[in-house]
Design a binder for this molecule. Sequence first.
Ligand SMILES: Cc1ncc(COP(=O)(O)O)c(C=O)c1O
Length: 441
Amino acid sequence: MGTKITPKIKSVLARDKKVMFTTTRTPYPFVADRGEGDIVYDVSGNKFIDFSSFVSVYNLGVNANLSIRNAAKKQIDKLMHAAFTDFYAELPVTFAEKLVKKFPKGFGRVFFSNSGTEANEAAIKFARLFTKRQYTLSFYNAFHGRTLGSLSLTASRSSQRHYFGPFPNTIHVPYAYCYRCPFGKEYPSCGMACLDYIKDYALSKEVHPTEVSAIFIEPMQGEGGYIAPPVEFIKGVREIADDNGMLLVSDEVQSGYMRTGKFLAMDNFGVEADIYTMAKAIAGGLPMGATITRSSLGDIPAGSHANTFGGNLVAVAAANASIDYLNANKASISAEIRRKSSIMFKRLNAMKESYAIIGDVRGLGMMIGIELVRSRETKEPAVTERDNILKSCFNNGLILLPAGISTIRIIPPLTVSTDNLEKGLGILEDAIKEANSSLFR
Ligand SMILES: Cc1ncc(COP(=O)(O)O)c(C=O)c1O
């Protein structure tokens, strides 16, 4: 076992426990200190390959890259905060102009905030304002954030909602989680029963379609289990929205910013949403959220939405340098994602052939999940085994995050070197092999 749990690590954990509120936290004690590219070190100098991008934030490398860091540093010395919803500033406008160019034609209005949940709060309010309707529709296993509006959309674990209701009006419906179809069917012979359910139950028996402002959807579900749906599903949801005058909101907070190989995850499905939300990777490691709408939806009345820190100049400087970097290296970044995605899928699918504990391998681009099961017949989730695999990887120099009940998410920085990608997959395979043989001893 390579990773040493030193007195320093133990002391930070003990101090944290005393003063900080409990949060989600991984099953292993990673105390971050410094990092660059695809490598991170903890406070005791233990070295790790990063397969987490620190929750899909460091898409362009751990601690961003030099051009992004330098832009942020320069801005710190000039002016950090411009009160951008009260005063004017040029940099956020320049960045917004570049950002909307990454969206389908006709997208032209941007609201800046500081996180994914705030980007979704803005989307909820805008959708209500634009349609004058009060309900929203979202999916089981969805994660859209933890403030009360976005939490009303979130339904990936009841513990996240426990004691916090009642919530604003959201109806939840099943997502196309084909590995565990809630209707007990199989794709494609299912005939998309999940789409029929929305029409025949949710919109026929619970809420009148003319009262629903928007359907919020993650093009690929993240926290809920790294669930990639069939193209037909997303197209069908778009159709339901169109048939009923509802808006479609694509939550790209985790899946956007090239993670799936395209700037927008929704572009993998040939579908356009009406509102997009982004955060996480957009400013390379600094806090930023963005809500981007179709121009034809119009504007909002003065005073109906604003904030203090949205458009913060340091975050925007980083985001601006990041989008410049993406634009300058577009072709090579896309080609590299395709190449590395194929390395990952090949290796993970080969592991699935060898180890029965892997029930499903799924994803898009470099956003891949492997769901672990105790039996391929019963699909009993292998929760303890999954956590043991994460711990074993940590002990051997690889940082990975869980998702859903028993899934491991594999999201290295898009810039990961082939060598470290292969090494990381090797560490993961050793841990899976060990868990597989103790399970099926
Ligand atoms: C799809 C999605 N939406 C929203 C959020 C909330 O973002 P934040 O934690 O920045 O509020 C997350 C966070 O993981 C997410 O994955």
